[in-house]
Design a binder for this molecule. Sequence first.
Ligand code: CAA
Length: 286
Amino acid sequence: MDIRTILIIGAGTMGRQIAMSCALGGYTTILQDISGSALDAARTDLESWADGRVAKGKLQAEFADAALARLSQSTELDASAAQADLVIEAAVERLDIKRSIFAELGKNAPAHAILATNSSTLASSHLAEASGRASQVCNMHFFNPALVMKCVEIVRNEQTSDETIQAVTAVARALGKEPVLVNREIPGFIANRMMGAMQREALNLASAEVASITDIDTTARTALGHPMGPFELMDLVGLDVIDFIAQATYAETGQALDQPHPLITQKVTEGKLGRKSGEGFYEYRR
Ligand code: CAA
């Protein structure tokens, strides 16, 4: 399947970096969001990221400029969908909103277009029916920061066709990513299940005052070779996102183990969401 134009829905932390990855991969890319100011903020952020890469000698200026020229932005979902061969939805993690987006995409995207969701918690089978093209729907789950992390989990639902899997796998490879295939829908897929287990243990150790969060993080880095400790990583991902993932997982599994941890709930209640709010388990200078 010939994929030339990719539409990314949602200009948040994930959407904007997925869009830039697609533009760098040579695809004509449209970043769509209902908020014009979110799109402008994303553009400013990506331009400054590109400037930084050029200054560091990691990206040629002409290559960066060409990628930014391939990346357009729009507040119009229907008109953008009409141009897309592949859509990667990275909007807010709400099923009702995603369903209405997939219904619009089903009506407006060309018949051949594949509709993927970047959701880490909502399996694509919940969106397949709304889209009216179930065999062309799957999860394509990127990791934060999406311009850096290589893994893309490609998750098939019962109706996803082999052609769809092959096409999104080829796109992920063209972006320089390492796609992995998840053969059936399971809460948390692969990475968030493993990450959740590690975080649960770290939160329990900290709650029981066995060690400080700094020492737990240091142990993960220096004993296990992780690039970040679990608390640093939760601050990067966002404690509201960690809380939401736990809630969604618990709603699906009903296992007490999956419930949001009280330490996370407390931070979220206090508005301490991690790096994005300036404070989580650690404080960040603005
Ligand atoms: N955006 C874009 N690029 C970034 C970045 C960001 N937010 N943060 C760091 N980078 C880049 C830097 O520019 C740098 O690039 P070069 O080496 O090519 O110059 C590179 O990443 C390394 O950055 P630093 O030297 O500043 O710091 P580091 O070596 O500690 O790396 C890190 C930062 C890449 C984030 C690394 O710590 C890491 O891999 N951490 C783990 C991240 C992780 O586990 N992510 C998955 C989260 S789970 C998820 O996303 C799924 C979900 O559903 C919630």
